[in-house]
Design a protein around this ligand. Structure first.
Ligand SMILES: [Zn+2]
Length: 423
């Protein structure tokens, strides 16, 4: 089987924030001669062509048009998210305390906070400045120095191993920038951007400076930040990027920002981004609104997001009959209360795709006495009226600064997605 895991590692290393991830995808799509569309302009789409559209720098929809568009046409969607839980720099970025200069941060999403201590962290994202003409300019930046949130020494916190490590996110999650508390953070940004223009605002996030790597005795694992959910972005991107245009269906990969904070934003999965894009696409090919509804009912949406592998030291948190293992293939996620979009019909269709691709699959249902996570699946299914399924590769340490996934799972997922698009 082809090994896509090296490409995944290189993609994750470059995709340090959602903005950087979309920038990476954009660069590769440009090299592959995909045409970029702009939401502020009118589109003139052609059959047998390849396109992408970006919203707010952090969400992207990539699609190919079929050789012929008719009322038989359908959409094959794969959706994933570009963001991961992390720390975000506050509007007033610095404080000084006891001679230290500290970074003021907010918690973005469901961060496993303890994992961010004693890690070498970098800062990156978007910065907006005003130029001499009064225009707003945007910069994608990564600052050249590492910062750190230090743990308290065990000598000063003797009970921590038995009592648990509790974190106050306001008073204790304060990365140390340095010992010079006179430094102006905006000047640091200006120096990095090589401009004297005034900094108006930032969307800056912290991330792990340590690169992704293979691990395990047989290098069967990937140890990496942001596996949730850049692994699914990458697997579907590998499948779509060189896909041949289909005879009769649109192939779509949609990657949204803000899943980790509920998706209800301008470019989250709960926005109109995908709905508006599909409307514009079919209108361009002369289909009516009713024909669009017919098209959606014939389509299929794979919501791809990472899944929980069974943890050997915490088996009790899994349902005893649903314990996915790494490197055993995609996990189909089901929930009676539809926290996942999966139903019997969409499972049947997905299993057929796996069988054709000669890839095994696993089933996941949570325990009845525990809560269940959710994904972009249910909101997309209800918004578009499209049959949908939630699937993903099994992993450990989800939402830790450094997660762990199976290398072979990634290759198997690319195969399944490739089969899905080309069928
Ligand atoms: Zn996720």
């Amino acid at each position: 089987m082809a090994d896509y895991s090296k490409n995944l590692i290189s993609f994750v290393n470059k995709s340090t924030t959602a903005f950087h991830a979309v920038e990476e995808l954009k660069n590769e799509l440009n090299n592959l001669n995909y045409e970029q569309l702009n939401e502020t302009e009118s589109w003139k789409l052609k059959p047998n062509s390849k396109y992408f559209v970006i919203r707010e720098d952090a969400s992207i929809i990539i699609f190919t048009s079929p050789k012929k568009v008719s009322n038989k046409t359908s959409f094959k969607f794969i959706g994933a998210h570009t963001d991961s839980p992390c720390l975000k720099v506050k509007s007033n970025p610095t404080s000084s305390k006891e001679g230290y200069q500290l970074l003021n941060i907010e918690i973005y999403g469901g961060v496993l906070l303890t994992s961010w201590f004693d890690k070498d962290l970098l800062i990156g994202g978007r910065v907006f400045t005003e130029n001499k003409k009064g225009e707003i300019e945007k910069h994608l930046v990564t600052l050249p120095f590492k910062v750190r949130v230090p743990r308290l020494a065990i000598h000063l916190d003797r009970e921590v191993n038995s009592n648990g490590f509790k974190v106050n996110p306001q008073t204790q999650m304060m990365p140390i920038l340095g010992l010079d508390d006179k430094v102006d953070f905006n000047k640091v940004l200006q120096k990095e951007m090589k401009t004297k223009n005034e900094v108006l605002s930032t969307d800056l996030f912290l991330f792990d400076s340590e690169a992704s790597a293979f691990g395990g005795m047989k290098e069967e694992f990937i140890f990496s930040p942001r596996m949730d959910n850049l692994a699914m972005v990458h697997a579907s991107f590998e499948a779509i990027k060189t896909q041949k245009n289909s005879n009769d269906h649109f192939q779509v990969a949609a990657y949204f920002h803000n899943e980790e904070i509920g998706s209800n934003t301008q470019n989250g999965a709960d926005s109109n981004f995908l709905e508006a894009t599909t409307k514009r696409i079919v209108a361009n090919f002369g289909l009516t609104e009713v024909e669009l509804l017919q098209t959606m009912a014939k389509s299929y949406f794979i919501s791809a997001d990472m899944a929980h592998a069974v943890h050997p030291c915490y088996i009790e948190v899994h349902d005893p009959n649903h314990k996915p293992l790494m490197n055993r293939g995609p996990v189909i996620k089901s929930n009676a209360n539809m926290r996942y979009a999966t139903d019997g019909k969409t499972i049947a269709q997905f299993k057929q795709i796996c069988n054709k691709a000669k890839v095994p699959f696993q089933d996941f249902c949570g325990r009845n006495d525990m809560g269940c996570g959710s994904t972009i699946g249910p909101m997309t299914a209800s918004k578009l009226g499209v049959p949908a399924i939630d699937i993903g590769n099994p992993m450990l340490s989800m939402h830790s600064i450094r997660e762990m996934a199976g290398r072979e799972d990634h290759n198997m997922m690319v195969k399944v997605f490739d089969q899905f698009y080309k069928d």
